[in-house]
Design a protein around this ligand. Structure first.
Ligand SMILES: Nc1ncnc2c1ncn2[C@@H]1O[C@H](COP(=O)(O)OP(=O)(O)OP(=O)(O)O)[C@@H](O)[C@H]1O
Length: 288
């Protein structure tokens, strides 16, 4: 599947299937194609090549729209509406609307129902936008950097809200974020895009288990500092600092003896390595 704009391909040859009932982190540098993917998944854009399906339905079709809620980066809410009017608007637009849940989400944030949306803090507005999204009882919730403008405490609270609702209902969530440290405990699947291509796609635990971070004395005879017997196709990144080499390897059967330090990476470490790596997806073993 791909999407091209005048300036070139925003997404190209992207082939992936995201797991239902799980939280997928959509990660990638600016311009990687994350928002484009959300717009394709909601039917706001059509693919230029190939096909994208949402629970087997065409994005934008009634069947797909009924099951999908999308929270865009700019969280479009009507500033003149009160919170209550906003939720009632949600009820009018959606047949299968869960007003009690939407109100519960708002009340849990101590947001008065008669407050004007335009007067809410960014954190409160995010909560109202999430209430609107969850009130729809979506099977698929698409969140495009929903927490970007929030302070750390409110971010944690909003993330907790998403996770609780998802655990309750088994909603499939795809959430883009640049804050990698926050994804570790929240997401169980990751899709990493870079320059419009899928660089990494897999279960977070499995990805961390199938990669190793190795640190040891750099070999002066090789360019990357790793010993010559390391299969270079398994090297996601390697960096020499002083006399030490620090590398991330995937599926490596190279088992160095001490004094090499070998450990599984954290999700953040793994994602950063793939974001920094310029290796083509095949060489870096995108589909682990
Ligand atoms: N409507 C459009 N018209 C032309 N080019 C576009 C359009 N939308 C996106 N692009 C281009 O497609 C590429 C991917 O953009 P996209 O917004 O999907 O990236 P992103 O990963 O969401 O970035 P960010 O992290 O900055 O939000 C970029 O090169 C962007 O300039």
């Amino acid at each position: 599947m791909g999407r091209r704009f005048r300036g070139g391909w925003a997404l190209r040859d992207c082939d992936f299937a995201l797991p239902a009932g799980r939280i997928t982190a959509l990660v990638g540098p600016n311009g990687a194609g994350k928002s484009t993917l959300f717009h394709l998944a909601t039917g706001l854009l059509r693919p230029t090549s190939g096909d994208l399906r949402v629970f087997g339905a065409e994005p934008g079709s009634q069947a797909a729209r009924d099951r999908t809620a999308f929270l865009a980066q700019d969280k479009p809410l009507y500033p003149r509406f009160t919170v209550d009017e906003t939720l009632r608007f949600g009820r009018e637009l959606n047949g299968d609307w869960d007003h009690a849940s939407a109100e519960r989400i708002v009340r849990a944030g101590n947001i008065p129902l008669d407050a004007r949306v335009g007067a809410l803090s960014p954190g409160q507005a995010t909560r109202v936008a999430l209430a609107l999204a969850f009130g729809k009882r979506p099977d698929l919730l698409l969140l495009d950097e929903p927490l970007a403008d929030l302070d750390p405490l409110v971010r944690i609270e909003a993330m907790g809200l998403v996770m609780a609702e998802v655990a309750d209902r088994g909603t499939t969530v795809v959430m883009s974020s640049h804050v990698l440290s926050e994804l570790e405990n929240a997401c169980d699947h990751v899709l990493l895009l870079k320059q419009g291509a899928v660089r990494l796609d897999g279960d977070t635990q499995r990805l961390c288990d199938t990669h190793v971070r190795v640190t040891g004395l750099a070999d002066p005879a090789t360019d990357d500092g790793l010993p010559p017997d390391v299969d270079r196709a398994t090297v996601v990144e390697a960096a020499v600092t002083g006399r030490q080499v620090h590398a991330l390897l995937r599926h490596s059967d190279w088992s160095p003896a001490e004094p090499w330090i070998v450990e599984n990476p954290s999700l953040e470490d793994l994602l950063l390595a793939y974001l920094r790596s310029d290796q083509p997806a095949e060489a870096a073993g995108a589909a682990a």
